[in-house]
Design a protein around this ligand. Structure first.
Ligand code: G6P
Length: 607
């Protein structure tokens, strides 16, 4: 998703802006740009594609202004070319924008009727033109922005730089996050603290509806009504800042390898090792008082919720309603007051999940968020937060955040089961022991990488791939298919194994790999029957199972990945490693950009 940077510095800032933009690359983007004031006059450099192209332009035609704004663009309105790249400018100002101005067509028509000619296909240009019109009417930059903001509908974060104004930037937030960074005689704006990490670790997060006037020594924040407001100035721990790839080729594989450590750290937060019991930090509600739970999320996080549904229903006998946030937010689901609404998000900023959270809140739900970024909007707006301790996740495709979400959700389900009297102490101890064993088993599973890499070469030739699973292996099959398609662009579908005969079986022939996720559990034999149906039609099976499953299945496969033995309840956490490595190696073999797959974004702050 788009990234915003603004710097009021003491020296030329263009390269600092570029540096900050590099730290926002992980969000996914397709063009980029910088604007500064050169002797008081606006100057821009913009480029299609990766930041390297912008860097080249800046080396050919450097900018020397000590005030500037920058942007990485993830296209919404208009193709990702240089014309549509931000900053957008008039003779009065330059502006960068993250989000969508939903009423842009109406505003554009109004401006066009007044004779304004538009250069781009973006929604952002209407903001530039609206503020410019007010400046032409004699308003000050502050007045011009203040009177424009109420006219904009949708979700947006904005940063403005004005012609001839060398000691002021204006930022505004209505949806996507925007942070103010405090320096020594320098001030910053950034989509997140990560972008500003080289310059400062002291930030203030704007609240929804806030806008800020930055000078080199101060930041005056106002709310939607123009009243000055105090917002907390906080230190963001340096360990939450962007790490390097280390010896790894990509962030994604580094993050896959970090899983034993970060999952162990997350489990330690929720489990009392000495007692062998689940002990999540106290929550402001009692599990035994609940009659149902709704779980809402997007993408990979929603698949963590899908696994959790099995856990909460089976272990805590608590009915779970599950939906993707983009549907939930508009479904007008009837929610009985006092029930629990859970939201799962790595970033804590995903627009649809946040809107769903606000809807649930308005319906009198208790709000619990499972988030990885503790300073995120969702964390701030939730009644209770169950943190995942995955650390910064840079790869656009979520890996370690997913397994930490699973570990957190299972711990919560065990605690809920105990409190609701549906799990005996002996069962709880068994499950906690199984959970504690997971990090070591993940390390063992990582040793299968070489084998998976070889199988991936075969998969890379496929046009379509089917993933099958039953029980908690079903959402893992869905996640396997999602990972493969987002990284390798091979068409992949995940299906409940039992649904095979209701449609996807028609696709099966000798060209179609079918990846079956099947730990040896209570439904294993049923899955084997589905594998037989695939084999009978010439389908090629890649079986991901354990030693017993491999023995019992006794089938000809294109490959069998034998995972370490584990309790079936914790299997989804372990089997996630296999499907991540399958997708990663297939994509790497095909030469794809696994850390920033085409068209994808992290921290999806638009609908
Ligand atoms: C994007 C990312 C996914 C992620 C999803 C939800 O689509 O590419 O990896 O699962 O957003 O993000 P969240 O930050 O809410 O977990």
């Amino acid at each position: 998703m788009c990234g915003i940077v603004g710097i009021l510095g003491k020296k030329p800032v263009a390269l600092q802006v570029l540096d900050a933009l590099k730290r926002l690359e992980y969000r996914g983007y397709d063009s980029a740009g910088v604007a500064t004031l050169e002797d008081g006059h606006l100057a821009r450099r913009r480029a299609e594609g990766k930041l390297g192209n912008l860097e080249l332009k800046l080396s050919e035609a450097p900018l020397s202004g000590a005030i500037g704004i920058g942007h990485t663009r993830w296209a919404t309105h208009g193709r990702p070319n240089e014309t549509n790249a931000h900053p957008h400018a008039t003779d009065k100002l330059a502006v960068v924008h993250n989000g969508i101005i939903e009423n842009f067509a109406e505003l554009k028509a109004e401006l066009q009727a007044e004779g304004i000619v538009f250069e781009t296909q973006t929604d952002t240009e209407v903001v530039a033109q609206l503020v410019t019109a007010k400046l032409r009417d004699g308003k000050s930059p502050m007045e011009a922005v203040a009177t424009t903001l109420p006219r904009l509908r949708g979700a947006f974060a904005l940063a403005f730089l004005f012609e001839g104004v060398s000691d002021m930037l204006i930022g505004a937030r209505h949806g996507p996050p925007l942070a103010v960074g405090w320096g020594d005689g320098e001030m910053y704006l950034g989509s997140d603290a990560l972008a500003l990490a080289p310059f400062t670790d002291e930030v203030t997060y704007l609240e929804d509806g806030d806008w800020v006037v930055l000078t080199r020594t101060d930041a005056v924040i106002r709310d939607m009504d123009g009243h000055p407001v105090d917002r907390v100035r906080q230190r963001v721990p340096t360990n939450s800042f962007l790490a390097s790839k280390g010896n790894h080729r990509h962030f994604m594989v580094k993050e896959i390898y970090e899983q034993p450590e970060v999952v162990a750290r997350t489990i330690a937060h929720y489990v009392d090792f000495a007692a062998g019991l689940a002990c999540p930090p106290p929550l402001p509600f009692a599990w035994k008082d609940l009659r149902r739970v709704s779980i809402t999320a997007c993408g990979t996080a929603s698949l963590a919720g899908h696994v959790a549904r099995y856990w909460f229903e089976r272990l805590a006998r608590l009915p779970v309603e599950l939906d993707v946030a983009s549907e939930f937010r508009y479904r007008e689901a009837p929610l009985d007051p006092g029930e629990l609404a859970m939201f799962i998000s790595q970033s804590g900023e995903t627009a649809d999940t946040l809107a769903s959270l606000r809807y649930a809140k308005s319906q009198g739900q208790r709000i619990l968020s499972v988030v990885n970024v503790p300073t995120s909007t969702m964390a701030r707006e939730s009644e209770a937060v169950a943190p995942t301790l995955a650390g910064v996740e840079v790869g656009v495709a979520s890996t370690k955040a997913f397994t930490c979400q699973l570990a957190t959700l299972l711990s919560l389900a065990i605690a809920a089961g105990r409190e609701r009297g549906t799990l005996s102490e002996a069962e709880e101890r068994r499950l906690v022991a199984a959970l504690n064993g997971i990090p070591e088993l993940m390390t063992e599973a990582l040793h299968l990488e070489g084998e998976i890499e070889l199988l991936a070469r075969d998969l890379a030739r496929a046009r379509d791939v089917l993933y099958l699973g039953r029980g908690t292996a079903y959402p893992i099959a869905l996640e396997g298919a999602l990972k493969l398609k987002e990284l390798s662009y091979i068409h992949a579908e995940g299906y409940a194994a039992g649904e095979l005969k209701h449609g996807p079986i028609a696709l099966i022939d000798e060209t179609m790999p079918v990846i079956v996720i099947a730990p040896y559990d209570s439904v294993f034999e049923k899955t084997v029957s589905n594998m037989q149906e695939v084999a009978a039609r010439g389908g090629r099976i890649l079986l991901v199972t354990d030693a017993r499953g491999a023995r019992e299945a006794a089938m000809d496969t294109m490959g069998t990945i034998v995972m370490p033995d584990c309790d079936p309840v914790v299997a989804p956490i372990l089997y996630a490693v296999a499907i991540q490595l399958i997708a990663y190696h297939t994509a790497v073999f095909m030469g794809k950009d696994v850390d920033q797959p085409r068209n994808l974004a992290k921290s999806v702050t638009v609908e």
